[in-house]
Unconditional design. Structure first.
Length: 227
């Protein structure tokens, strides 16, 4: 299972290496000290000629290899989450859209998009990411837009408006790229580009649909919150 977490799987729905790695880092810091990964990085930098210096450092500081550390992490999470379910109970849920048994589809960042409507980013193994509109009453969905390069798969929505960030390359300089704001009116289907030559991320639309907050990363590596 460790190899599947690291390399991913097209058969089973599992967390990717970023999500599982974040859990392993958090758990190891709680159990073995806040500096356990600083030590691992220092060992890697000071002894780069060793085979797998991260593993050697983890063995020295936690008495566990990466594989054993991941197993300990998810065994611990399994215990904690089952205890939480026992204490708080569980609630039944229903599918908002029909299941596609023969297609490996994933849905990201669902947001309200009108009466009984939810917009989300849908990905698959055979098609580019698309924005879909899901009707929660009749459990149907339709494709409403094919965005450009969009990652992470994040939407923000309010009052039938959707906002997201798209990556754009410089038409002249190959290694220079931008991330711009796009907005879509779900009712009319019109998509507008709101910024040009910007470096933005994590755009969020206010509940009244009039203001967008985003994080700006400048070319000199300064981060700003902009409205």
């Amino acid at each position: 299972k460790y190899d599947k977490l690291v390399n991913g799987s097209f058969r089973d729905y599992i967390p990717d290496h970023y999500q599982s790695g974040s859990q392993a880092v958090a758990m190891s810091r709680l159990k073995y000290g806040q500096d356990v990964w600083n030590k691992a990085l220092n060992t890697t930098a000071n002894l780069p000629f060793l085979f797998d210096p991260v593993n050697i450092s983890l063995l020295k500081n936690t008495d566990k290899t990466k594989k054993r550390l991941f197993k300990e992490t998810f065994d611990t999470l399994n215990t904690l989450w089952n205890e939480e379910i026992r204490n708080n109970g569980s609630h039944p849920y229903k599918y908002l859209n029909p299941e596609k048994k023969k297609k490996f589809l994933s849905y990201y960042s669902p947001v309200p998009a009108g009466d009984n409507k939810i917009a989300a980013i849908r990905t698959s193994l055979s098609d580019p990411p698309v924005i879909v509109l899901i009707d929660t009453v009749n459990r149907s969905e339709k494709k409403i837009h094919v965005p450009g390069i969009i990652y992470p798969y994040y939407l923000s929505g309010a009052r039938s408006l959707l906002v997201w960030v798209e990556a754009q390359t410089d038409p002249r300089w190959e290694n220079r790229n931008y991330s711009v704001l796009k907005m879509m009116d779900v009712k009319s289907g019109i998509v507008r580009q709101l910024t040009w030559k910007t470096r933005l991320m994590s755009a969020s639309l206010s509940p009244d649909g009039k203001t967008i907050a985003a994080v700006e990363n400048t070319s000199d590596n300064r981060n700003n919150l902009i409205l």
